[in-house]
Design a protein around this ligand. Sequence first.
Ligand SMILES: [Zn+2]
Length: 95
Amino acid sequence: MKCPACGFADSKVIDSRPTDNGGIRRRRECLKCLRRFTTYEVVESLPIIVVKRDGSRQNFDKSKILQGQVWRLFSWVFTDTLSINPLLNILFLYF
Ligand SMILES: [Zn+2]
C-alpha cells in the first residue's frame, strides 16, 4: 500500500482491528515519511458465473431461474401429450 503523502511503497502496520462488516481496519505508518494512514481490508465476493449453452458467460441471476421454472411448469401443464385434458395436470400439481 503506497503512502498517500509521499508515495513510498512500504509501510508498517501499527494497529489492526476487525470492522463491523467483517473486514479489517489497519493503521499504518509510512517507513519513509512516518505519516500515518488507515486502510480497510474486506473479502472480495466472487460473482457466480453461469455458462450458457452457446458458451457465453453471464452473472448468475436468481430471477432468471424462477422465470425458467415458471416457463417449464407452464409448458409441462399445456404440452403433456399423455394427458387427455391439460387441466388434469393442474389438478395433479395441487393434489
Ligand atoms: Zn510517506
